[in-house]
Design a protein around this ligand. Structure first.
Ligand code: ZN
Length: 246
């Protein structure tokens, strides 16, 4: 099976469309989405509509999805993120609010013995930043591969004989061969709000047959996403950061 692994779209339709267009050339069998459909960007309805339309899809909710759906308070969010959540809540169609509220909580085990989660397998809101966090996360995973999102940084952690090693992915495309006997925690990066100073949309393709994973980046129409944000009363900083990738 070939999986498209993607995360953290955050209401950015132009970035999502660029990823899905690129993915269509790669014969994808199944889509794995790791949470945060909305929050920050100006096209939450269109993003949910496009993701819902994917025929073979497994997904979990993100912290922004949960807050927009009213399942969590916005007090843990910084003022800009909180403004994005409030704007999204009042802009979303009712049926999409219900859809967000119905999303599965992490972790979820899907086809081919893969775990997906938003933050960490032990806490959907936790940020895995570094080998110490990753080592703890491996303790909660029963599958050889776990995909996670939330940090917006493309990263791979590998566990071999109880030693954990993390690698930040900086050059694209980057391909890794998953070794038998090792375990992996992999973040594909963010579709709609990269924070690694590379403004291109990020995603990964995992081929479970030959055990290869490829990290990709794709250009998208950033100016159009920014124009849409500036046409709303969302904070202008949410538009500015897109061209910087922060
Ligand atoms: Zn996010």
């Amino acid at each position: 099976m070939r999986y498209l692994v993607f995360s953290d779209i955050h209401g950015n339709l132009e970035a999502l469309e660029a990823v899905l267009k690129d993915a269509r050339k790669k014969r994808i069998d199944h889509y794995l989405f790791l949470g945060d459909l909305v929050g920050y960007g100006a096209s939450p309805n269109e993003v949910i509509q496009q993701v819902q339309a994917l025929a073979h899809l497994s997904l979990v909710r993100g912290n922004h999805d949960k807050a927009v759906a009213g399942l969590d308070s916005i007090q843990t969010f910084n003022p800009i993120a909180a403004a994005g959540i409030e704007w999204t809540r009042k802009s979303l169609n009712k049926r999409y609010l219900h859809f967000l509220a119905s999303l599965a909580k992490s972790p979820l085990i899907v086809h081919d013995n893969i775990t997906i989660c938003h933050g960490a397998p032990f806490d959907e809101d936790y940020y895995i930043f570094g080998e110490f966090d990753a080592a703890e996360a491996f303790g909660y995973i029963s599958t050889p591969v776990c995909f996670f999102g939330h940090t917006h940084f493309p990263f791979v952690y590998v566990e071999r004989e109880e030693m954990v090693e993390g690698t930040f992915i900086e050059k694209f495309p980057a391909e890794i061969k998953l070794e038998k006997g090792a375990r992996y925690l992999i973040n594909p990066g963010s579709v709609g709000q990269p924070r690694d100073r590379d403004p291109r949309a990020a995603y990964a393709v995992y081929d479970s047959k030959n055990n290869r994973l490829k990290f990709n980046r794709v250009e998208y129409n950033i100016a159009e996403s920014q124009r849409k944000i500036l046409a709303t009363d969302l904070p202008a900083a949410l538009a500015e950061r897109l061209s910087l990738g922060i």
